[in-house]
Design a protein around this ligand. Structure first.
Ligand code: NCD
Length: 317
């Protein structure tokens, strides 16, 4: 997205994060380097955001993302305000996100917003005097989960290219999938195997983009056959809240269950990632496998959000 050069209330150029493509590859590399430094030297950053406030405006349920943002800001010595339920905010009285963000701009220095409507954080960003971070908008994008996923891969594999990446589950409604594929397409020599039931295949715009870019990809239904070929397996939950009827959800929810037997088909270095929450798609007997890195991934999310907050507040230099 082309962002207009506006000045924020801190007098610095106002930048938002709506999709992972809002950052160039170069900027992403800097962000990941900073996140690595934060991971290795947390004390150095303990007061960087002193007297700064993060507002978390969550119109949709969340555990990880909201608490990860809050932890990130607290780790930087800042403070946190916000709401975690649309019902407890003025949205329940009919306030628009544009008005809400104008109000929040008077209180906080940066805002992380999650909304069930696609594009809502972007509408807010247009009216905001503080950086707005899209913390998930409907089935659309989830850029900070993607930063988390990429930092996990980069940190554990040392690179972001040259992989065969399996993405399994709800590829239609899963916003983490859409953001991750969009972002990883900028790194060369990755092949994709999209593993989903027919009804939950990747959206056609993504398929068109892959074709236009001449990226190697397959769309398959069976996880077992793909497992031996993968360097990375990104599992996702079937997104119940985005289904139009419960019957379809019930039919598809247990389509994939990664378990110990299936893990035996995978190579010794394949990493299993998952944005969480997990429902049934990964059996708990996989959790102790050293290739299962989904809880480690949560920890990387805090470092990368710390780096992001610093970057958007102009405190990263
Ligand atoms: C994801 C989300 O909210 O899109 N979770 C997260 O933020 N870690 C994935 C999901 O809900 O399935």
């Amino acid at each position: 997205m082309e962002q207009q050069q506006k000045t924020g209330k801190n007098g610095k150029i106002l930048r938002h994060l709506m999709t992972p493509l809002d950052f160039s590859v170069d900027e992403l590399n800097k962000l990941f380097d900073l996140a690595e430094d934060i991971k290795n030297n947390p004390d150095k950053y303990a007061e960087v955001c002193k007297r700064k406030k993060l507002a978390t405006c969550f119109y949709e349920p969340s555990t990880r993302t909201r608490l990860s943002f809050e932890t990130a800001m607290l780790n930087l010595g800042g403070q946190v305000i916000g709401f975690s339920d649309a019902k407890s905010s003025s949205a329940s009285k009919g306030e628009s996100v544009s008005d809400t963000i104008r109000v929040i701009s008077c209180f906080a220095d940066i805002c992380a917003m999650r909304h069930p409507k696609e594009g809502a954080p972007m509408v807010a960003a247009e009216r905001s005097r503080i950086p707005v971070i899209n913390a998930g908008d409907g089935g659309h994008q989830h850029p900070t989960q993607t930063l988390t996923d990429m930092m996990t891969i980069r940190s554990l594999k040392g690179k972001l290219s040259g992989f065969t990446i399996g993405i399994c589950g709800d590829l239609k409604f899963g916003r983490t999938v859409h953001s991750l594929v969009n972002a990883m397409l900028r790194y060369p020599d990755n092949k994709y195997i999209f593993i989903s039931p027919e009804e939950l295949r990747i959206p056609s715009y993504l398929r068109e983009k892959l074709n236009e870019m001449h990226v190697e990809f397959e769309e398959v239904e069976r996880l077992e056959e793909s497992l031996p070929k993968l360097d990375l397996l990104y599992m996702t939950r079937v997104q119940r809240e985005r289904f139009f009827n419960e019957e379809d959800y019930v039919r598809l929810k247990d389509f994939y269950v990664l378990n110990k037997e299936k893990m035996a088909l995978a190579g010794p270095d394949m990493l299993v990632l998952h944005p969480l929450p997990r429902v049934n798609e990964i059996s708990v007997d996989v959790d102790d496998d050293p290739r299962a890195v989904y809880f480690e991934q949560v920890q990387f999310g805090v470092y990368v959000r710390m780096a992001l907050i610093m970057t958007l507040l102009g405190l990263a230099e």
